[in-house]
Design a protein around this ligand. Structure first.
Ligand code: ADP
Ligand code: MG
Length: 291
């Protein structure tokens, strides 16, 4: 139970702040012992925190402010100068009650409305902009894209909602959700890009969204890859292999279909340019795409 995977962007954030000498506290409603055993599985994390506090070390847990007040005290900081990053509603309340600034990264998707007392609600840790909080900016974005640990999914192309090309002029080759169920849970919704292989045809640039498509209010989370190539025919049933190498932006809602389509074309241009950069281009030759 203790080997919980870290959230995308967590390690990057912790290391970035540590690197720039920003003091950090880990303040959780779990017991101190529990926290210790959980972070033991993440190499180098423990050393990044100057303070670690569990529920058992203060009078009242979140939503009471005690944990964050104690954390600030041990950091020797005024709570007003602290930034809390929280995934739970009680945690956001605790941070605000302690007088800190609070970024909410809701652990339950589509529940943004419950987190309105936070100073900012973001979709995932990939979307943190430290400079907005007086902290050193990340320097790993390249040409409006964020390199991520590449991940692979593949399977036969199935029928989707039948509205990609019809409504938008943007066909998306759908895989069966069961072929990537665990990846769906693991990866935040948003716009990503990478390489797509159709073993009998070739390897193509690809931009894709992961999410519920707020514009269409889908009930299920899906992956929607658009291959950046003009095909003369459909390829339902063929094996499709994807390597996802970078992140562009969180999912957004749009007030009109025109603005949604315009944004998708902007994403396409960002992906097309980025995939020519050596750090992304090198994955084009990965045998996973063609075997
Ligand atoms: P569906 O809802 O069935 O996925 P779409 O309107 O999204 O229908 O069209 C996707 C289908 O179109 C793919 O499964 C594929 O067979 C075909 N297709 C043609 N060109 C492309 C492309 N450039 N990218 C993705 N799919 C394409
Ligand atoms: Mg589709």
């Amino acid at each position: 139970m203790d080997k919980i995977k870290s959230l995308p962007g967590a390690s990057r954030l912790i290391r970035h702040l540590k690197c720039h000498g920003v003091p950090m506290a880990l303040a959780s409603n779990s017991s101190r012992a529990n926290i210790e055993s959980k972070i033991a599985h993440h190499k180098g994390w423990k050393e990044c925190f100057s303070v670690i506090i569990g529920r058992d070390e203060v009078a009242k847990g979140k939503p009471a402010p005690d944990i964050f007040l104690e954390a600030a005290k041990r950091l020797n900081k005024d709570p007003a100068d602290c930034l809390v990053i929280e995934d739970s509603v009680p945690g956001v309340m605790a941070g605000k009650a302690a007088g800190t600034k609070v970024i909410a990264v809701p652990s339950v998707p589509k529940q943004t409305h419950l987190y309105t007392s936070a100073d900012e609600v973001i979709n995932s840790l990939l979307d943190i902009r430290p400079e907005e909080w007086g902290l050193p900016p990340f320097q790993d974005w390249i040409e409006n894209t964020l390199p991520i640990d590449p991940w692979h999914i593949g399977g036969p192309v199935i029928k989707g909602f039948g509205r990609g090309s019809k409504v938008l002029g943007i066909p998306t080759a759908n895989l069966s959700a069961k072929d990537y169920a665990s990846e769906l849970v693991e990866h935040p919704s948003g716009v990503y890009f990478g390489w797509a292989g159709l073993p009998t045809r070739g390897v193509y640039k690809m931009v894709m969204s992961i999410g519920w498509n707020p514009f269409f209010d889908n009930k299920e989370k899906t992956i929607e890859p658009w291959l950046l190539h003009d095909f003369t025919e459909d390829f339902y049933g063929e094996e499709l292999r994807l390597i996802i190498v970078g992140y562009i932006r969180p999912e957004a809602n749009f007030t009109s279909l025109e603005s949604l389509v315009a944004k998708i074309h902007e994403d396409r241009e960002v992906a097309e340019r980025a995939l020519d950069l050596p750090s992304y281009a090198k994955f084009k030759g990965d045998p996973y795409l063609t075997k």
